[in-house]
Ligand binder design. Sequence first.
Ligand SMILES: [Zn+2]
Ligand SMILES: [Zn+2]
Length: 131
Amino acid sequence: MINPYFFCELCKERHELNDSVNCAYSKNQVDWTNFMSFEKCPACQSSHFYIQKDFNKILGCGIIILGIIFVPITYGLSLAIVALIDWLIYYQVPDSIVCYKCKGEFFGIESIPNKILIFDHHIAEIYEEPS
Ligand SMILES: [Zn+2]
Ligand SMILES: [Zn+2]
């Protein structure tokens, strides 16, 4: 079990979340203490977050390809096996929560609120810098 921390993209620094947080961009300790509710980002005040899996996609694809190669020998059973392996790896990997706006990332969060979903383009567009 790791202690929750926030990797702040604004400070380019790791902020421990079990202590008073020394963030150069947000001094409001109340926000930092209440980060668990994920109502707003303590660093940039944005209210949109997404879940990020630290899942190695190349590894995942490799396993699937192996499964496909063995289909003729195993009569398709290999596909079921690799799907299971894939699923097991996927759920072993801890999630982190990322803020759409400042890209700050929360690690070691034990219970992720249901309202936080995977990355969504439409939300990301709101925060994109106009080019
Ligand atoms: Zn900071
Ligand atoms: Zn933020």
